[in-house]
Design a protein around this ligand. Sequence first.
Ligand code: EAX
Length: 299
Amino acid sequence: GDSEYAMIAGDTLPDTHPYNLGLNKMGDLIKEKTNGAVTLDVFGNSQLGSERDLIEGLQIGSVQVTCISTAPLAGFTDMFLVFDLPFIFETTEQARAVMDSEVGEQILHSVDEQGLVGLAWFENGFRQVTNNVRPIEKPEDLKGIKIRTMESPIHMASFSVMGADPTPMAMGELFTALQQGTLDAQENPLAIIDTNKFYEIQKYLSMTSHFYAPAPLFVSTDYFNTMDEESQEILKESAKEAAAYERQCLDDMNKELQGTLADDGMVVNEVDKAPFKEAVQSVYDEYTGTNAGQVNPDI
Ligand code: EAX
């Protein structure tokens, strides 16, 4: 019969990316656990708009579920900003320990009253620089490089202090901008570089791991409040199970990708992170404090 709660999810990544493998898994779990009373249809590839559009979509009720980076949340809450700081984590294990901790839960649920109920932490991962000018081996190599960043003041400041020229842009416009040469560079985790086929239009891949991007999964607060308690519980439980699956998919992909991207023609280099960390120290000074837009030192 007809489902009682027919939800749609939107995100900005290709169908083959772990975000969508995870969201589809979540849809399967929910359908199974509710015998079809609750369903989730997934629309990737920016079909429902940019991450900022998706946040607004949840708030006004045109979309029910989304999985996004924390950067576009900077516009209306400072609770997620800590994740945008450069080199805040060294390993995936550290980042996951924070997401899965009490403070991680507190951050995830900090916007429940602002239209977005936090369900789970998916993961995007450590971000790497690709470009068409030169291998990035030291911060000076970024001088004059036109790089697309997410809409995060902290991300933009980090590239500015290293001498690059950051331009914020939605994911959906990025491939074309790189292809047309409007930009030299972009930065994203390997799974995005691969599933978006950036290797077709970018020559150098530099393993800077300069930012770590978690991916909070949200359901619209208004929509969530229309659901009966049992369906709410199933939704929450399925999201957590899907998050474990999503992270596993990402781990599996990451194991293969560095080699694959080189086979696809990219010139890959490792970097010594020490000089990069030193170069962005001023970002910590400028963006930590109690003013709006700053990372609260308590967090
Ligand atoms: O949340 O825009 C980006 O570069 C992000 O990595 C992507 O939208 C995933």
